[in-house]
Design a protein around this ligand. Structure first.
Ligand code: ADP
Ligand code: MG
Length: 604
């Protein structure tokens, strides 16, 4: 008897909605981005009850024809992408054709729209993704989308909403991020009838930052502005004596899209090294512009993360630009938050002011790369292949990548006494000659300790990696409860796990060290540990979770490991930094020359 069911498009939309629409703030983001793509100059966002009962986004963009409006909410309906070639250089905020489908499937939606130059408009009402009515309608040019009763038909999701107040704050934050990304577009936000913010949309970064961040935050920020052949960085960073206790005021935009980026965050923070107290973080509003084909925005359902083609060069460029800004101390002068002033801020059409960095110094590979112009990012098809490829890789290979990236820094620069790696026994023990002794190192135990120590030393958030192919977990009610109760802690430690319906969870990201093969087993182990109820102290919980991550992340006995990795492990052991694995087992044993001589009866 067949047990496989092909889900109806409606159910598929509802599942997809879980990825795109997590909460009211995600609706706001998607609708504002649609207005940006429609070429709007003015956008008004209104919410009631934290966006749960009512969200309305009105724009004066290009509008939609009745035919387009009639299909815009169908999944994968998009005017922004025509074939796979378009994916190589995405210049619009949207391209997946998912947002309207996802939002309309879990709400009651009304779209009023009039195409630019057309005599009349149309009004479309939808209930749970089904058209209820479509009538000609008198309305101004542009589009108004109203979303009512979000998640009314997905009670499981509804349960996870926070208070209206918290949801409203998230909506405001989401809209603010969007508005900060477009100084040339005016955004007004109204909550329960009261204006929360307004950005003038005069194209001046300075007035945009002032109106959105507020006078206290904005004044005194340092102007950051540099360009190279293909990169341009502009914006503002905080002065070193204005460090904050968290990173909530770090805004990074790539080609107008607000993204989370570990890379840019590290580059920024490195610029402040030795000037900012430990545990304090800089703020920034930084705009990086680069050719669209050098950044892949198709790596996250909500498009909040990107992948760069030239990570090292971008890191160096941002670091150098921020350092320069810190040195130049070109401050944003105090001013009123309302009236935009004329200043040096860049407009969309101006070239960025300020000294140009010598690109050749920081961009050698990038510039000398003749294929740069033609550099393309993986097309959608290739992208999927690459996910599959990763899944097919031998565990050792996958691991080596993580390992090299994450562990190497740890051992660099240390003063390691001379030693000589003779090889490996049983793909388990590294044999090292050192100081007249033979050292046998358990490579798994040693590497596990290295990862564990690094995790414990990480003061702020643990770097995480977004999963390209998301893992879904179905848990027992008890396990689901354990996961939910520890959601915040896990998030801090690099696990982004979101509830999705009855005891089901979507894993969006995991700590960067973890191999994608180990995701489910790691989470299961963590739940087991937390379930026992013996560990209550948060620090203790953290250590237990780190134990699991380190163990799952470490290279295993029996794997092929290349010389570079063996070397790094040997260095860490010989320099004396690691002696025991996190479970207390020794990571190495020593056989002296004398021991050997005795064994062979050379001496007695
Ligand atoms: P995407 O933005 O990825 O194309 P959406 O589901 O968000 O997918 O929107 C589907 C289509 O509906 C868009 O491609 C666009 O053609 C149209 N659309 C949505 N919102 C607007 C708007 N505010 N103004 C004009 N057209 C819109
Ligand atoms: Mg969209």
């Amino acid at each position: 008897m067949s047990i496989i069911n092909i889900l109806s498009p409606h159910v598929a939309d509802m599942i997809a909605a879980g990825e795109v629409v997590e909460r009211p703030s995600s609706v706001i983001k998607e609708l504002i981005e649609n207005s940006f793509d429609a070429g709007a100059g003015n956008i008004t966002v209104e919410i009631r009850d934290g966006g749960m009962s009512y969200i309305r986004v009105t724009d004066d963009g290009c509008g939609m024809s009745p035919e387009d409006a009639g299909i815009a909410f169908i999944r994968h309906a998009t005017s922004k992408l025509h074939d796979e070639n378009g994916l190589e250089a995405i210049s619009t905020m949207g391209f997946r054709g998912e947002a309207l489908a996802a939002i309309s499937s879990v709400s009651t939606m009304e779209i009023m729209t009039r195409e630019r130059g057309s005599d009349s408009g149309i009004r479309l009402t939808l209930n749970a993704g089904e058209i209820e009515e479509m009538i000609p309608f008198g309305c101004p040019e542009g589009t108004t989308v109203t979303v009512r009763d979000l998640f009314f038909n997905t009670p499981a999701r509804l349960k996870f909403m926070k208070s209206d107040r918290a949801e409203a704050s998230a909506c405001i934050a989401a809209a603010m991020k969007c508005a900060l990304g477009r100084p040339g577009i005016s955004v007004r936000f109204i909550r329960d009838g009261k204006e929360e913010f307004f950005s003038p949309g005069d194209g001046k970064l300075e007035s945009c930052v002032y109106s959105l961040l507020g006078r206290d935050e904005a004044s005194g920020m340092l102007s950051c502005s540099s360009s190279s052949d293909d990169l341009r960085l502009s914006g503002y960073i905080s002065s070193p004596n204005e460090g904050r206790g968290n990173r909530s005021r770090q805004y990074f935009f790539i080609n107008g899209r607000c993204i989370k980026s570990q890379l840019l965050q590290s580059a920024l923070e490195q610029a402040y090294r030795d000037t900012l107290l430990t545990g304090r973080y800089p703020s920034c509003v930084l705009y990086l512009e680069m050719p669209f084909n050098l950044v892949d925005v198709n790596v996250h359902p909500a498009k909040t993360e990107v992948r760069f083609s030239y990570e090292k060069q971008i890191f160096d460029f941002v670091l150098a630009s921020c350092k320069m800004a810190l040195e130049s101390e070109d401050r944003l002068a105090p001013r009123s938050t309302e009236a935009p002033v004329h200043g040096t801020a860049f407009t969309d059409s101006d070239p960025a002011p300020g000294p140009a960095l010598k690109t050749a110094d920081i961009f050698p590979a990038f510039m000398q790369n003749e294929t740069f112009e033609q550099t393309t990012l993986v097309s959608y098809g290739q992208n999927i292949q690459s996910v599959e490829k990763v899944t097919e890789c031998a565990p050792s290979q996958i691991h080596v990548d993580n390992f090299v990236e994450n562990s190497v820094q740890n051992v660099e620069n240390s003063n390691v006494p001379n030693h000589n790696i003779l090889g490996q026994a049983f793909k388990t023990y590294i044999i090292v000659e050192h100081n007249g002794e033979i050292l046998l190192i358990d490579k798994h135990a040693a590497h596990e300790r290295m990862v564990f120590d690094r995790l414990c030393e990480t003061i702020s958030e643990i770097p995480s990696q977004a999963l390209l192919s998301q893992t879904t977990l179905r848990l027992s009610a008890g396990d689901a409860e354990v996961l939910e109760n520890n959601g915040e802690l896990l998030l801090e430690l690099g696990f982004e796990i979101e509830p999705f319906g009855e005891n089901t969870f979507i894993v969006r990201a995991v700590p960067a060290d973890l191999s994608i093969h180990e995701v489910s087993s790691a989470i299961e182990e963590i739940i087991e540990k937390l379930k026992s109820g013996k560990i209550v102290d948060p620090q203790e919980k953290k250590r237990e979770i780190f134990h699991t991550v380190a163990c799952k992340a470490a290279i295993k006995a029996g794997w092929d490991t290349d010389m570079l990795e063996l070397q790094k492990i040997a260095d860490a052991v010989i320099s004396g930094r690691i002696k025991y694995c996190p479970h207390g087992r020794p990571v190495s044993v020593t056989v002296t020359r004398q021991d050997l001589d005795k064994m062979f009866k050379r001496i007695v």
